[in-house]
Design a protein around this ligand. Sequence first.
Ligand SMILES: [Zn+2]
Length: 330
Amino acid sequence: MTEEIRPNLFRIVVPLPDSPLKEINSYVVVSDERNLIIDTGMNRPECKEVLAAGLKEIGVDLNETDFVATHLHADHQGLISTFMTANSKAYMGELDSPTFRGTSNTWSKDGFMENYAHRSGFPADELAASMENHPGFKYSSARTVDYIDLKEGDSFEIGEYKLDVMHTPGHTNGHICLYEANQKLLLSGDHVLGDITPNIASWSDEEDPLNDYLASLEKVKDLDVELCLPGHRSLIHNFRERVEELIEHHHARANEVIEILQQGNKNAYDTAGLMTWSIRANSWDEFPVMQRWFATGEAIAHLRYVEGKGLVSRQQEGDQIVYQAEGGRL
Ligand SMILES: [Zn+2]
């Protein structure tokens, strides 16, 4: 589906087969000089066909078109290298773009992820299966893109639109939103979603991504936004209310994690198994492996956050990391 949301601002809804996200919104801003495409879909034929048809319908000349990925995930940047021309520039937040400059991804480097997963209690055979199916590796760009870094305060001027870059870490470290102050529009990537809650997961021992995410929600909460254009599903008309809901959601989740630990110390994998999930499965054991992996990352993010608040402590038990409730809640 392709629609004109505002004059010269279009949305192309690109399907994401086999993904619980269902679809991604690719936004296109056109002008007499340059065009800008924000997010593209995964590098797979089902996405490529729909995006190509939408761009044709709008009449976009790719020789006059630049690209922005709101963050590094394959569903957002996967088709940039396919559609960009020798005249195109591609942009990404300065903390996400370095991922594409290395020869291999950090996850497979020196068995880091295997080790991290093992310490979190994730079964080794399941990890191998989930890495094989991981959409981030399977459907990323066909070739390397030399991204231009974006930082807070940068902006794009295309026709009647001025899009200001806001750094909003949490969903990824380098995630950015684009704010159009005059038209009261926010292109929110995966920072603020309407029908689903963005995945906040921790894949390192040092980071506290949920703390970053909540700070980034506070950062955008009071912006004057009439219409929020998210990376997935429906457009958001009640922006501030939705941001408040997301903050509340994570507070409740963090308290749920504390309550689970009050029943006894647990590793992240077992904590995830006791959390409530909206996925359609009868039990934790029936979760698809990939979803169990994402859920474990999400559990770690919440454990880290309450650890940072002094409500939970982390201990080494054998070769695993186990969390313990310290009393109190958020
Ligand atoms: Zn994402």
